[in-house]
Each structure stands twice: as C-alpha cells, then as structure tokens.
Ligand binder design. Structure first.
Ligand SMILES: NC(=O)c1ccc[n+]([C@@H]2O[C@H](COP(=O)([O-])OP(=O)(O)OC[C@H]3O[C@@H](n4cnc5c(N)ncnc54)[C@H](OP(=O)(O)O)[C@@H]3O)[C@@H](O)[C@H]2O)c1
Length: 213
C-alpha cells in the first residue's frame, strides 16, 4: 500500500484530487483539514481523516508520520510559513516526497501583458507563493512544485507544462488537470522529481483568462 496525505483536503482543487487517488486501489489516503466534519462522509477503509491546522507542528507530525507522499493544495497569505513547517516536519520524520501547489507569476514568468494584469489582480499573493517554492527547493526533499494560474472548474484534464526559467504558456489552469497530474505522479512517484512546473490549460494564451476578456 502507498500512504498519501493531502494537506488542505477540503479545498476546491483537493476535490478534484481525491476521487482520482481513490481510483488507485493501492492508495491509503489521509485527509488533513480544519473542521473535519466537512469530509467525515469520506472516511472508510482506504481513507482516514485528521483534523488540524497546518500551523500546528504536532498535528502536522501526526499527519505526516508514516506517509510515502505528501500533497499540499493549501493557500493563504501565510502559505510560505506553512510550507516551511511542512518541509521541516518531513525532513525530521524522514518522509521525502512532496507535491505542492504554488502559483504562476512568482518569477514574473507570465508573458506580457498577462503578467502585468495578473500582478495587478493577485500580485499581493506572489511573495508568499514564492516563499513556499523556495522553502521546498532549498530542502532535501524529492519535490514537485506546481505553478497554476487562474484556476477553473472546467472538466478538461488536459495540461501543458513549462519548466522554471521558461516563459509561461496559457492564462488558465483547470483543477481537473491538477487532479489528473497529481494522481499520475502518485501512481509513479519517480516522475517529475526536482521539477518546478508551470501547469496550464492548452490554447488559453492571451491577455487575460477568458472569463475576464
Ligand atoms: N484560485 C486561483 O486562481 C489560483 C491561481 C494560482 C494558484 N492558486 C493556489 O492554488 C491553491 C489551491 O487553490 P484552490 O482554489 O483549491 O484553493 P482553496 O479552495 O481555497 O483551498 C485551499 C485550502 O487550503 C486550506 N488551508 C489554508 N490554510 C490552512 C491551514 N492553516 N491548515 C489547513 N488547511 C489550510 C483551506 O482550508 P479551509 O477550507 O479550512 O479554509 C482550503 O481548503 C492555493 O494554494 C492557491 O493559493 C490559486
């Protein structure tokens, strides 16, 4: 069996990850979230739930102990600090594999004029998302960092990837595609190790996401 913990399990992206992980019969999934009653209905043979705030080191230790893969879809203006703590706990427990969401734009890598528009709209979140990526990159962990832009609930699982240092493609990312990508990496955790990837929906290039044009 493969033990996988999902931090931020009640988030919108996590909802796209959970069913895709549960298709894998060798996955034992642990859901970590605040107000656990929101997901209590999912508890069962292959799913256990830990209620907690990721700012609490003791609860993070309880959640991460014995896991093979840690996934974070957490957000928030303190994301960098939370991820710093997750990294610290993982290193301390000897749990090496993390897949974590940051955000596109943290390196000003979006093409103009989309970059300037995105910066005006969400630039205040860039420093903490950058800190999250840096905490992971400077660690000893086997990591995959994802940098989505403007998340949508479109059903498409299609994605295109850009590497760190490359110009970003696209203005949108579907949460379904993140669910697919992460499920594929959990199936084969040797994929995408040490990579910091832009992930976006193909054919969404432009000045803004379609909903804002
Ligand atoms: N929305 C976009 O267009 C966009 C673009 C680029 C990147 N991102 C990033 O993508 C990620 C996922 O997006 P999303 O739409 O799925 O976000 P979301 O629905 O807001 O989910 C984020 C989850 O993080 C959890 N969380 C935050 N602080 C926590 C803490 N201290 N302890 C435990 N859980 C905590 C929240 O828990 P609660 O449910 O308890 O509040 C929430 O369920 C976020 O990191 C976001 O910053 C978003």
């Amino acid at each position: 069996m493969k033990n996988v913990v999902l931090l931020g399990a009640n988030g919108h992206t996590s909802r796209e990850i959970i069913p895709r992980l549960l298709e894998q019969k060798d996955v034992r999934l642990r859901l970590f979230l605040r107000q656990a009653e929101r997901l209590r209905h999912l508890a069962g043979n292959h799913v256990d739930i830990i209620e907690g705030d990721a700012r609490c080191p003791e609860l993070l230790r309880e959640a991460i102990q014995g896991q093979d893969v840690v996934i974070s879809t957490m957000g928030g203006m303190d994301l960098g600090d939370k991820i710093g703590l997750v990294v610290h706990v993982m290193e301390d427990l000897g749990v090496p594999r993390i897949i974590a969401m940051s955000a596109g734009g943290i390196y000003d890598e979006l093409p103009e004029p989309f970059n300037a528009w995105d910066k005006e709209m969400t630039g205040y979140t860039r420093p903490t998302n950058l800190q999250a990526a840096e905490e992971i990159e400077k660690s000893s962990l086997k990591y995959t960092i994802l940098r989505p832009v403007w998340l949508s609930d479109k059903a498409s699982e299609e994605f295109e990837l850009t590497r760190k240092g490359e110009h970003y493609k696209g203005t949108e990312t579907s949460r379904s595609s993140i669910g697919r990508f992460i499920a594929d990496v959990v199936r084969n955790p040797d994929l995408h190790i040490g990579e910091n990837l832009g992930i976006s929906l193909p054919s969404t290039d432009g000045d803004k996401p379609a909903a804002y044009r």
